[in-house]
Design a protein around this ligand. Structure first.
Ligand SMILES: Cc1cc2nc3c(=O)[nH]c(=O)nc-3n(C[C@H](O)[C@H](O)[C@H](O)COP(=O)(O)OP(=O)(O)OC[C@H]3O[C@@H](n4cnc5c(N)ncnc54)[C@H](O)[C@@H]3O)c2cc1C
Length: 328
């Protein structure tokens, strides 16, 4: 009879199997990772990029407790992530495209791999897009894409557009340069909101034409993408011939598209959770700005991440206890 109730006593099946997978590494997800990793739970955080979330793109934050003075959101987030890593959490830069939440073991499908988890924390924030660009839905899969890693090879030696301004958008554009002839990078803001080394890399890249302060208005084409219509402040609209349009724009909606309706949503379009932030599915938690009734502050998101992580630790421990009792 094995009475060892240590969390590592039951080996996970393979390298991609985790006790906890956290989707989103903002303050909510990074704080949850601090707690789960410190509790010796094998923890993976999958995040699109440091500046793809609300805190990561915030220029200055001055009200986070224990951090006096002004600090950039990205620097604060880096510190949180490093703290989680110091306890053993693993961070991977990737985008989750889909999940399978049925069954006790959950499966997470990201661009770069498939992972399984005993518990999931959804901490994807609320930078999701509501309104689509004209032509985007009609030409989706026919030149419109949200995943360069998946689709870049289809655009070998062609000219494509990338719309966005975060480090996620830049990373995807740089990946595309390995395949395509030219990338027209359309940033809606006059400055890119990414880490300085990434800005330098994309600015210097010979295959990239930067269009700063340029809004993507429409994706044009009959059966396939043929061009994009863009507008730059104070200038006449321009049509740029391209065969692909990779879109990484941000908005203000909870990011829940990858759940594909697997979790109940309230009448107001929000994920439903209990007081420990567990959704209607056991083992699946949601924290931070992705919950629309939440006060949008970094410290609140962090606190919710901590509550969920502590609940997960208790539940996984309880399950192990039950298993040990059964084995007696
Ligand atoms: C301009 C601005 C200024 C702000 N100023 C302050 C302030 O001064 N003080 C304060 O306390 N709060 C401030 N806030 C609010 C604060 O930033 C948010 O409340 C907080 O960041 C929410 O944390 P979160 O972890 O829930 O979401 P986010 O910080 O948005 O993090 C979500 C993470 O999920 C990742 N993600 C999303 N989708 C996927 C996917 N499919 N796959 C993988 N990863 C994914 C993103 O990359 C991102 O890193 C500000 C917000 C903004 C926008």
């Amino acid at each position: 009879m094995d009475l060892n109730l240590d969390f590592n006593s039951q080996p996970l099946e393979n390298d991609n199997a985790y006790d906890v997978v956290i989707i989103g590494g903002g303050p909510a997800g990074a704080t949850a990772a601090i707690y789960t990793a410190r509790a010796d739970l094998k923890t993976l955080v999958i995040d699109k990029g440091l500046t793809a979330g609300a805190l990561g793109l915030t220029a200055k934050i001055a009200n986070y407790p224990g951090v006096p003075g002004e600090i950039s959101g990205a620097d604060l987030l880096k510190t949180m992530r490093e703290q989680a890593q110091s306890f053993g959490a693993i961070f991977t830069a990737d985008k989750v495209q889909a999940v399978d939440l049925t069954g006790e073991t959950k499966t997470i499908y990201a661009n770069g791999g498939t992972y399984t988890a005993r518990s999931i924390i959804i901490a994807t924030g609320s930078m999701g897009r509501g309104q689509r660009v004209k032509g985007e839905d009609e030409l989706l899969g026919r030149g419109v894409s949200y995943c360069a890693t998946c689709d870049a090879a289809f655009f070998r030696d062609q000219v494509v557009a990338v719309a966005g301004n975060s480090d996620e958008a830049i990373e995807e554009a740089l990946f595309l340069t390995k395949f395509v002839q030219r990338v027209h990078f359309l940033s809606p803001t006059p400055e890119l909101k990414a880490e300085s080394h990434m800005i330098e890399e994309i600015t210097a890249h010979s295959k990239v034409t930067l269009h700063l302060g340029t809004v993507l208005r429409e994706v044009l084409g009959t059966n396939r993408v043929e061009a994009v219509r863009v507008a730059q402040r104070g200038k006449a609209e321009e049509i740029i011939p391209v065969t692909g349009a990779f879109i990484y724009l941000q908005g203000g909606k909870p990011v829940t598209d990858f759940l594909q309706g697997q979790l109940p949503i309230s009448d107001t379009g929000c994920l439903v959770v209990d007081k420990e932030y567990q959704t209607a599915l056991p083992g699946v938690y949601a924290v931070g700005d992705v919950l629309c009734n939440h006060v949008k502050q970094a410290v609140i998101a962090a606190a919710e991440g901590a509550v969920a992580a502590i609940a997960i630790e208790k539940n996984l421990h309880h399950r192990k206890q039950l298993a040990a009792d059964w084995a007696k």
